[in-house]
Design a protein. Structure first.
Length: 327
């Protein structure tokens, strides 16, 4: 009889341990380094802000957070790598307005499906674009610029951008729609060449991120007329927003956030969201972002999910207006 009692007790203990094992494994996350895929080349703004966040997460989580750049295909190569990774909590990635919203309409076919393959975790960054004009263009504000454009033959005023589908291109398209003008879009392979042609008076106007443009504006090489955010920038408080300048409803933000493969455990997603929000409240991130014209963002998983959907719908209309399409 005593032997049966001991046997029953042993079985019960084994079952209890087995039931507890998954809970223990989840509580132990992260138990190894985390891969952080950035779908852009090293050195650009997405890479810089991702590495800043990776450093903070590494301190908070007590595990290495290793950035791996996977550029190409308009961000598609890196996003596909994220989507196809094991959903075990050890792969996260950077997603932005292009890879999570604009590209869904711009590309005829994507190798990843944002709704099916990607788990939003948290938006953490937002920046916006400046509207700048060539040095010889005499317009001193947006209304003077619009008056000048309307006097030119339709489609002869040139608007440079860093490339098809970039936030600079989308800002030009939104400007056309909301202001009722027609521009000749000149896409470049990146911003640098576009800046040089703008400075050399070979193109007329351009929208681009405030961070890289700030050096030229501060030096007086290029003149900024408007800012595409809801509020003025702390870098240039004298420059009005596009809405203040008279272009109603003009808003464009080059935002970024953290995502993971769909199916990543909810506990991990929520923990990462909490840790990212903590990092974005800290002095390190707020000061680093301020220097490059970015704004820190905090919010829930649900906030980010809703935001992606709203941005997808908004930019689908703009992309269709441009007629642009990429394979």
């Amino acid at each position: 009889m005593l032997k049966k009692i001991w046997r029953a007790a042993a079985i019960a203990a084994s079952l209890a341990l087995a039931a507890a094992a998954p809970v223990h494994a989840q509580a132990a996350w992260p138990g190894k380094p985390i891969k952080f895929i950035v779908p852009t080349p090293p050195g650009g703004s997405p890479d810089i802000i991702s590495r800043l966040l990776a450093d903070e997460l590494q301190k908070q989580l007590g595990q290495a957070v290793v950035v791996e750049n996977r550029p190409g295909g308009g961000g598609g190569i890196g996003m596909t790598a994220i989507a196809r990774s094991a959903p075990d909590g050890y792969t996260i990635g950077y997603g932005n307005v292009n890879t999570l919203a604009i590209n869904r309409t711009l590309f005829k076919k994507l190798a990843y499906d944002v709704d099916r393959d990607i788990a939003p975790i948290a938006q953490f960054s937002s920046t916006s674009n400046l509207l700048v004009v060539r040095p010889s263009l005499e317009a001193k504000n947006v209304q003077e610029l619009l008056d000048w454009i309307r006097k030119q033959p339709p489609g002869t005023v040139t608007g440079a951008s860093p490339g098809v589908g970039t936030t600079g291109h989308m800002s030009l398209a939104l400007f056309e729609q909301l202001a009722g003008v027609k521009l000749n879009h000149i896409p470049y392979q990146g911003s640098s060449a576009a800046y040089q042609d703008l400075i050399g008076n070979r193109v007329d106007i351009m929208f681009d991120n405030i961070g890289p443009l700030s050096t030229y504006v501060k030096a007086g090489t290029l003149r900024a007329l408007g800012y595409t955010a809801e509020k003025r920038s702390f870098l240039f408080p004298e420059i009005p927003t596009m809405q203040e300048a008279g272009v109603k409803d003009f808003l464009m933000s080059a935002w970024g956030g953290i995502v993971a493969p769909a199916g990543t455990p909810r506990e991990v997603v929520q923990r990462l969201n909490k840790e990212i929000n903590t990092a974005m409240k800290g002095k390190t991130m707020t000061e680093a972002f301020a220097k490059i014209g970015n704004t820190t963002v905090e919010g829930s998983v649900e906030d980010f999910t809703r935001f992606i959907r709203a941005e997808t719908d908004k930019w689908a209309v703009v992309v269709k207006h441009t007629g642009a399409s990429l394979d």
